[in-house]
Design a protein around this ligand. Structure first.
Ligand code: HEM
Length: 497
């Protein structure tokens, strides 16, 4: 966090909280929910419902370092806060606990809430200046060209496992595709992707290594900006540098970092959750097979029930105010509870009712900071999944659904793995482009539950589709991307059978 000149400093902690402060009082009395505790980590949805039952639409929560915040559980309260920057600022320098020296300089919250010179932390005219540079530069991307890139990258990834007959779809597709596309949009060589995926995820988790991961991401982007200053190209880094808003180099670096941070993990989660739903929910598959729903419609349903970002830190009260019956003090931190707000009984009395194609969820937030990259995120997810299903039309879950598990941080929930199986096949990926966002016909035809999946070896009966010898060749061909990913990514990889 960049301190203002008069900032008292964060090295001597222990400053007493303001007397009578309801947020600190809830922590002291033990009634605040612990957003960094085991209950939240094990079952975030259950945790939000418990908080809703205890506290209503605005609940006191405890963050790392015993810092208090208000978590918004109500749909209306989330929108009210997101849409009223005059009362609830995006500028974290309003944060009372930080101004008064109660936030440690190595707090794991700082990579996410520490003030940076970027639009996320700005209000009013300054926000408009920075956001215009970002949205106008992002609008320069040719959407059809982008979908073609997504299709091409998806084929490359599917080539890696298509001949095996089984794949782990979180690490094999969902964790790789968004970063491949984003590094390409930013103007970076593709091979930067794997390390950036790890570093961005780590810094958002708020772990002890969050600060060093943050430094790695920032340094990589500084080098990119220096290169693009010398040799501009058709990419986001070059367009931000030349935008009439006159961004400084530091501002360009921070906005590229913002795109990576918000764009990657979110789109990964959206892809993983949509794939899980496609593979596990019989209602979902039956609707798709009925032909009444496109994949983009289905994605909106998933965005209601599994928002890729469950919690957005944050907003800071600019003065004493009231919200959802709570007294909020000037400088209090508020967290948008997007996952909780999306299932608020006040707007969804029947939680089982399908929300296909309904875009009024909170998953992209609202107000002036509403996600400007949502169409890019949707395009990556729906084109990627569509292409995958076109290549592997009999894709099915390889383990009982009860074996699927998630990891949760204070901000998001991440599906650990999604093992799938299918009839092994080769593929000449260049012939199988899809840009429609409509599900592959083969998948639609087969997506209703079937006891014994039929032999798919001849299903992709198109010109240039290679037969068995090419399948074997495909299984031997392991791309540079896969081997880089394996080398750089820590932890065990799923076994190849
Ligand atoms: C499914 C994917 C995505 C989801 C669910 C998502 C969600 C969000 C949310 C909830 C916010 C609002 C934060 C707030 O109210 O303070 C946001 C902001 C933002 N998102 Fe996304 N996002 C996604 C994809 C992307 C992509 C692909 C990009 C860029 C290519 C992107 C760029 C941004 C930026 C720059 C902001 C900050 C906007 C501002 O503060 O004015 N997002 N995103």
């Amino acid at each position: 966090m960049t301190p203002p000149p008069d900032h008292p400093g964060t090295d001597h902690l222990g400053t007493a909280p303001p007397p009578g402060c309801p947020a600190h009082a809830a922590i002291r009395s033990g009634t605040a929910g612990d957003l960094f505790g085991p209950e939240h980590e094990a079952d975030p949805k259950g945790f939000y419902e418990w908080l809703r039952a205890e506290h209503g639409a605005v609940a006191p929560v405890r963050l790392a370092g015993d810092l208090p915040a208000w978590l918004l559980l109500g749909y209306r309260e989330n929108l009210e806060v997101a849409r009223t920057p005059s009362r609830f600022s995006r500028d974290s320098r309003h944060w009372g606990d930080w101004r008064e020296g109660r936030v440690a300089s190595d707090s794991p919250l700082l990579p996410v809430v520490g003030w940076q010179p970027m639009c996320t932390f700005a209000d009013g005219a300054e926000h408009e200046r920075l956001r215009a540079a970002l949205t106008e530069s992002m609008n320069r991307f040719d959407r059809r060209g982008m979908r073609r890139q997504v299709t091409r990258f998806t084929h490359q990834l599917v080539d890696e496992f298509a001949a095996d007959g089984h794949a782990e779809l979180v690490s094999g597709i969902a964790e790789q595709l968004p970063m491949l596309v984003l590094t390409h949009l930013l103007g970076m060589p593709d091979e930067y992707g794997p390390r950036l995926v790890e570093a961005t995820r780590d810094l958002m988790k708020g772990t002890e290594t969050a600060l060093s991961s943050n430094a790695y991401v920032t340094e990589t982007l500084e080098n990119l900006v220096a290169r693009k200053r010398a040799e501009p190209g058709s990419d986001l880094a070059s367009w931000l540098l030349e935008h009439p808003s006159g961004l400084t180099e530091e501002e360009v670096v921070q906005h590229l970092r913002l795109v990576l941070l918000t764009g990657n993990e979110t789109t990964t989660n959206l892809m993983a959750n949509t794939l899980r739903t496609v593979l596990t929910d019989p209602r979902f598959r039956a609707s798709l097979a009925g032909g009444h729903m496109t994949l983009p419609d289905a994605i909106e349903h998933v965005l209601w029930n599994e928002p890729p970002l469950a919690v957005i830190p944050g907003r800071w009260a600019t003065g004493d105010t009231e919200l959802g019956g709570r007294q909020i003090r000037a400088g209090d931190m508020l967290l948008l509870g997007l996952a909780a707000g999306n299932v608020d009984p006040a707007v969804r009395p029947d939680i089982a009712a399908p929300m296909y194609g309904n875009r009024s969820h909170l998953s992209f937030s609202g107000g002036p900071h509403e996600c400007p990259g949502q169409d890019i995120g949707r395009a990556i997810a729906d084109t990627g999944i569509d292409t995958l299903l076109l290549r592997l039309p009999d894709l099915r879950l390889a383990v009982p659904e009860t074996e699927l598990s998630w990891t949760a941080s204070w901000i998001s929930r991440h599906l650990v793995s999604l093992p799938a199986e299918f009839t092994p096949r080769g593929g000449d990926s260049d012939t199988l482009e899809t840009e429609t966002g409509l599900l592959a016909p083969d998948f639609l035809a087969r997506s209703a539950p079937q006891p014994d999946p039929p032999d798919q070896s001849k299903a992709l009966d198109r010109p240039n589709t290679p037969d068995r010898p090419d399948v074997r060749r495909s299984s031997r061909r392991r791309s540079w991307w896969r081997s880089l990913w394996r080398r750089l990514r820590p932890g065990p990889r799923p076994p190849r059978r």
